[in-house]
Design a protein around this ligand. Structure first.
Ligand code: ZN
Length: 148
């Protein structure tokens, strides 16, 4: 059965509702028209991260990273690959912990890269260390609830 899911627009921060069986059909933000599930990795600011992580029913996976971190840079293309192949299922985003150190303190991040999976307004799981795309996908699939 189709459910109405809350999903925050990562461009403008507006909270949208989308039917769970339409997530693969490219739903758009009712406020700014941006695509809500397009398989792209978005750089978040703390306000958007806060809102989406506390609101969204759709799995949101956030890569806590920094430009000086070699393993983070190595993982970036893998993270993008996973985002693309899970388009319509989960959303992928990044937060630059060098620009926003308070965010990683608040999330209690001890080492980067660190992935945190949020769903239904709370943290569901986290995983530290660089991973290939396949392992990222497996992690998200294993820890998130099916939404359709
Ligand atoms: Zn929007």
């Amino acid at each position: 059965m189709s459910q109405s899911l809350k999903i925050t627009c990562l461009e403008c921060g507006a909270v949208n509702r989308a039917p769970s069986d339409k997530l693969g059909a490219g739903p758009k933000c009712g406020t700014c028209g941006a695509r809500l599930m397009d398989g792209k990795v978005r750089e978040l600011d703390p306000a958007t991260l806060q809102k989406a992580s506390k609101t969204d029913d759709v799995p949101l996976i956030v890569d806590y990273w920094a430009p000086w971190c070699g393993p983070c840079r190595m993982m970036a293309p893998e993270f993008q690959k996973a985002a693309q192949s899970m388009s319509g299922v989960a959303r992928f985003a990044k937060i630059n912990t060098e620009d926003f150190p308070k965010v990683s303190m608040k999330a209690n991040i001890r080492g980067i890269p660190a992935l945190i999976l949020y769903q239904k307004g709370r943290e569901v799981a986290r995983q530290a260390g660089a991973m290939p795309a396949k392992s990222i996908e497996d992690f998200v699939r294993a820890k998130s609830q099916t939404i359709s």
